[in-house]
Ligand binder design. Structure first.
Ligand SMILES: O=C(O)c1ccccc1N[C@@H]1O[C@H](COP(=O)(O)O)[C@@H](O)[C@H]1O
Length: 203
């Protein structure tokens, strides 16, 4: 089970996620209670070892802006939420970067197709809101069969195992579920989440 912990803004929270076994960490570079600046990310990258993927997270910024900001932060992976096109995927790849393309639970069949992104992420209607949804609605969708995709939205240590099994997800992503209050990460919750996700790996 691939595990990403998102919305990290301190060395302590990054170290906890890494030590617990996270595969990726997310830095939110868009309006959010978890926002960090490119300069902060550049500093925080010292705590991200090789083998753990740091990802720049954006909401609905134009793709060219996201590429420029991620580059300024020293990041090679971009996560794009909002309305996107196949051209956006090509733009990220032409910049020599990798893409997590985020869609919401209400995505139509075309949005769930493989557009050539490096990872697909399926999230609640409002990213970073902590809202859960019907994870099992993704199980057995032919379009997702054999795909590497991340489940997000309302996950926490208590539900991540059942949710990932119900959705047949390849990986999981969390933000709100590992916080003490909005935007403030809880180290014990990070450790518990990564442990539960890894222990519950079924696929
Ligand atoms: O976390 C944010 O603030 C955020 C802002 C803008 C785009 C994406 C954001 N986070 C992503 O939302 C989900 C986590 O949701 P939850 O809080 O666990 O319910 C995950 O994909 C984050 O990368």
């Amino acid at each position: 089970m691939f595990v990403k912990v998102c919305g990290l803004s301190t060395s302590e929270s990054i170290r906890e996620a890494v030590d617990a076994g996270a595969d990726a960490v997310g830095f939110v570079l868009t309006a959010s209670p978890r926002v960090v600046s490119p300069g902060q990310v550049s500093t925080l990258l010292a705590d991200v070892p090789a083998g753990v993927t740091p990802i720049a997270v954006f909401r609905s910024e134009p793709v060219a802006d996201a590429v420029a900001i991620a580059r300024a932060a020293g990041l090679q992976w971009i996560q794009l939420h909002g309305e996107r096109t196949r051209t956006d995927v090509a733009t990220v790849h032409d910049a020599g970067m990798k893409l997590v393309r985020a869609v919401t639970v209400g995505a139509g069949p075309d949005e769930l197709e493989d557009w050539g992104e490096d990872l697909l992420l399926i999230d609640a209607a409002v990213p970073g809101s902590g809202e859960s949804w019907d994870y099992a609605s993704m199980a057995d969708l032919p379009v997702l069969k054999g795909r590497q995709w991340l489940l997000a939205g309302g996950l926490d240590a208590a539900n991540v195992r059942d949710a990932s099994v119900a959705a047949h997800a390849w990986g999981v992503d969390v933000s709100s579920g590992v916080e003490a209050s909005r935007g403030v990460k809880d180290l014990a919750k990070i450790r518990a989440f990564v442990g539960a996700a890894k222990a519950g790996a079924k696929v």
